[in-house]
Design a protein around this ligand. Sequence first.
Ligand code: NDP
Length: 253
Amino acid sequence: MGTLSGKTALVTGASRGIGKATAIRLAREGALVAVHYGHDPAAAEEVVAAIEGDGGSAFPVRAELGIPGDVHELFLGLEHGLKERTGSTELNIVVNNAGVMGGVAPEDIVAEQFDQLYAVNAKAPFFIVQRAIGLMPNGGRIINISSGLTRFANPQEIAYAMTKGAIDQLTLHFAKHLGPRGITVNSVGPGITNNGTPVFNMPEVVEQMAKMSVFNRVGDTSDIAAAVAFLAGDDARWITGSYIDASGGTLLG
Ligand code: NDP
């Protein structure tokens, strides 16, 4: 029996990268996982197939975040999928992982880009939590994927970092609000993590990025999934309102 046997989980942005590794890990621990994606159904189906091939349970849920009606669409699919498989809409674990990076200099960012970053990275997670807590029994888990960029400066990512700062505030205030129900709310802050984008195939770039970690390597998605799995389990019952640094020591200077 895994540590999450009998639990249900939603992982947003689980069609690739950190979300994919997290969905696979939570399913390996025994959870039934809703694999959320925005635009790539084939990738989400592959994640579901990998989980099922491993003996786990999962189903895909589509919803483009950052547009009107996004969270409603997400929960329609989620509740339908849960009900079909468990007979109820009970949701034990939410991982707010879906996110987009900015990569625009402070002088160049325009209001539409800023609004889009905020809508996907901060506004959607807020309303996902608001909606999820109606389905969550006492003892639930909410884990928000933040970023090491809330702790050190990178002007190219100022707008993105602001959205992740908002995620940390979401964690702090909901942790207090949901404490009486035994629901924990925490942030996990990755450093540079190999999410499979082409830059991670360029050895000289990877070598430079690796130097940011005291372990002299870039993060693997499984490194982040492991931190999330810990927070999702009963062993983390006394941890709430925290920012868990999962950057391989990037912040140690
Ligand atoms: P990826 O770009 O690899 O994956 C992003 C996921 O989010 C995909 O599943 C994508 O689904 C989904 N997604 C993106 N935009 C939307 C949208 N508008 N609506 C619905 N789904 C969407 O991301 P990473 O794995 O690299 O990052 C995951 C999280 O970790 C993010 O919050 C990111 O900010 C954070 N992070 C990542 C770091 C890194 O180095 N990789 C470092 C620090 C933090 P689809 O393609 O189907 O739309």
